[in-house]
Design a protein around this ligand. Sequence first.
Ligand SMILES: C[S@@+](CC[C@H](N)C(=O)[O-])C[C@H]1O[C@@H](n2cnc3c(N)ncnc32)[C@H](O)[C@@H]1O
Length: 271
Amino acid sequence: MKNRWKIQLEITECPFYAIGDYRVFELGRCGRVVRISIGDNAVRRRIRGQESARIEAKELEFTAAHLTIMLNYPAAQRNTAPILEALLQHVSRTATGVALEVSSGSGQHVAALARQYPSLQWQPTELESRLLDSIGQHTAGLPNVRPARLLDAAGDWATQLPDMEAHSLSLVVNINMVHIAPWRCALGLMAGAGRLLRSGALLITYGPYAKDGLLTPQSNVEFDAHLRAKNAEFGVRDIRELEKAAAPHGLRLHAEIDMPANNKTLVWKKD
Ligand SMILES: C[S@@+](CC[C@H](N)C(=O)[O-])C[C@H]1O[C@@H](n2cnc3c(N)ncnc32)[C@H](O)[C@@H]1O
């Protein structure tokens, strides 16, 4: 589109980066720099306080119809390489078939995953329609990434993804969702992945986890409290509870990989 603006939001630290209206929340609570390029003229604005951030947010909302927003989450920037490395321990670089990402967020992960696994056809999905644009921006030009589509992990996947047949997928990936979403989303993820994965295929989940009722270290305890204060339905999940949720859908915990910043990659295998 001729007059389409490209906006790149650079967001520094923000544990809630996809909650609420990102234009308000990210800029208001977490934003530091907004870089706006209109044609060749780059305008850089520094946001210092809450008030100026709100003004900026309104401005963005006002012009939203003209914008293409490409989000870059610093957390995704940090964890992408370790996640790719962990994945290589369990998924061959030459894997084929269709891989589904649940809660693709900005699209940074699926773009990196698609580059690492060029023989897999990647299907990014998101709950939030406003993120589809960003996913499209990150994956533009990658021949093995399908257009992002909507998926509510807590809903009925058969209705939402009617073209995906049971036992047809080679891989399902879900990064940093189960603790920042109600428990029913974890249940939906297990049910959906269990139905769609072929026998022997993997579901990969990444995030902070408790185990046997124990959450460590203190920073994860504080993060959990922070999440629950924000939304009583959120919270760091216990691996044992996830195992109970996974078992009825033929998914067993196959491997648990310690990751930087007290996170884990969990590898679930379909019977
Ligand atoms: C913390 S962000 C993580 C995004 C991305 N995976 C990443 O790691 O950068 C959590 C994501 O979960 C998504 N989400 C929340 N509830 C969901 C649901 N019911 N179904 C699918 N995605 C959901 C949000 O829209 C958001 O993009």
